[in-house]
Design a protein around this ligand. Structure first.
Ligand SMILES: [Zn+2]
Length: 319
């Protein structure tokens, strides 16, 4: 597949690059989680490529992530416009990965200001090419043309929509530039890719030790019981689902550490550990796509030889 470690069906690539909607395919399923709080969960095989969401206040609308294709972003814009005429004032990119930022320009054209953790502004153009095995000129142009954030923050920001607020908090573990967004009045958290719902994660940039701490913090963040967690991929979950995902990450680390202690490395480690991982998590989404990679990346991480994105040098604008 053209995106080595993301979730991009080859058949849709041409459609995305030419901004044509694939015939008769809806990009996402909209879930109303609370009044004015919506999650857009990507339909498997569509070019949405990830989950997104939006929150409607009394004065303004905020959008969380913009999908992997322009047509999917346009469909999200249309879904918002079908519910309110209020200005779409803010977009928050939960992280830089191409499956969450490709539609930024659609919302910038609609008047939104795009917010993200400061590394996103740099990494959006310097890191996204790695998801293509052999990038074509069109794919290079796609990455170079991604609309970068207008406003960056280091630890977080609070956005006021009129009558409600979004608390945006930076948390480590997935890329080093991830934000989660709490809607306090609705008891909803949009986690980006810090949480995957009943699915194996993309760990290409991950640091799993801080990710475990982050997931514990996320589970305690919403102010009331019965919180809803909208993952970056997979199905919407509750606190138990979030902690089940944490359990996966903990199990992955434990199994890899035990195999390393027996002297196993790389492919030999994968061969030894994969059956047990499959017995426990084989029915989770993306297992066949990510299980081997998760094992290899965690092996590299525990060996201290995993390379992850580095923040830009001081003073660099990121273009
Ligand atoms: Zn993603």
């Amino acid at each position: 597949m053209p995106l080595r470690r993301l979730l991009f069906p080859l058949a849709l690539l041409a459609a995305v690059l030419s901004a044509q909607a694939p015939a008769a395919k809806s990009y996402f399923t909209l879930h109303r989680l609370a009044p004015g709080v919506y999650a857009a969960v990507d339909n498997p095989g569509s070019s949405a490529g990830s989950n997104a969401g939006f929150v409607i206040g009394r004065r303004a609308v905020a959008v969380i992530d913009t999908f992997q294709s322009v047509p999917a972003a346009r469909a999200l814009l249309a879904a918002i416009r079908g519910r309110t005429r209020l200005p779409i004032r803010y977009v928050i990119n939960t992280h830089y990965h191409i499956d969450h930022v490709t539609g930024n320009q659609v919302f910038a054209d609609a008047g939104a200001v795009i917010f993200a953790q400061r590394n996103v502004r740099y990494w959006i153009h310097t890191q996204n090419l790695k998801f293509f095995s052999h990038p074509t000129p069109a794919q290079r142009a796609w990455v170079a043309g991604l609309r970068s954030p207008d406003v960056v923050y280091t630890h977080g920001v609070t956005l006021y929509l009129g009558g409600r607020q979004l608390d945006v908090r930076v948390l480590p573990g997935h890329t080093g530039g991830d934000s989660a967004i709490l809607v306090p009045d609705a008891n909803v958290v949009f986690t980006g890719d810090l949480f995957w719902g009943h699915a194996l994660p993309n760990l290409i940039d991950a640091s799993t030790a801080p990710l475990l701490t982050t997931l514990t913090q996320l589970s305690r963040w919403p102010p009331r019981p019965h919180a809803i967690f909208v993952p970056g991929h997979g199905v919407i979950g509750n606190r138990a689902a979030l902690l089940a995902f944490r359990g996966y990450v903990a199990a992955l680390r434990r199994l890899v550490a035990q195999a390393r202690a027996r002297g196993l490395r790389r492919q030999a480690l994968v061969a030894a550990v994969l059956p047990e991982l499959k017995a426990r998590y084989g029915n989770w989404g993306f297992f066949s796509h990510f299980a081997r990679l998760n094992l290899l990346e965690t092996d590299a991480e525990l060996a201290g030889r995993k390379s992850i994105p580095q923040p830009p040098a001081a003073g660099s604008t990121g273009g």
